[in-house]
Design a protein around this ligand. Structure first.
Ligand code: COA
Length: 110
């Protein structure tokens, strides 16, 4: 049987847990117009979902939400796997393709 005490000695540094957040964004008329979810890992904010409802696009809501996320204290980087259709949006906000990352997928179905 595995000896966990031996595997994880007491003085081992425990990594900071991931913190996850989900928000429905409302406009000044109290209408739900967008949804954002993200995970914070150390100084990285990883955008997992970002959706502005169709009737509310191109009004600056996406930019405002990204401004709020950019101003969070302790966050130095925002990362996102953009859809092909949204890459232009992120590009306008200063995001750049990260050459050091490769998206890898393993299909578990035949
Ligand atoms: C991409 C998305 C979040 C943008 O939100 P938005 O509120 O419409 O964005 P904004 O109004 O703040 O637009 C900011 C700028 O980006 C541009 N832009 C917006 N959507 C764009 C797109 N899909 N492609 C290229 N440029 C885009 C706007 O023209 C605007 O530029 P401007 O200031 O020069 O006019 C929204 O279209 C959306 O939810 N799309 C469907 C879901 C999606 O793709 N989510 C991202 C998954 S990673």
């Amino acid at each position: 049987m595995l000896d966990l005490e031996e595997l994880f000695p007491n003085d081992i540094e425990v990594p900071r847990c991931l913190e996850h957040f989900d928000y429905v964004v409302k406009n000044e008329k109290d209408e739900a117009c967008a949804y954002v979810s993200y995970t914070i890992r150390e100084k990285e904010l990883i955008l997992t979902q970002f959706y502005v409802a169709p009737g509310y696009r191109h009004l600056g809501i996406g930019t405002k939400v990204m401004d709020v996320l950019s101003s969070l204290v302790g966050v130095d980087f925002i990362r996102v796997i953009s859809t092909p259709g949204s890459a232009g949006f992120y590009g306008k906000l200063g995001f750049e393709l990260d050459a050091g990352q490769t998206l890898m997928t393993k299909a578990l179905i035949q």
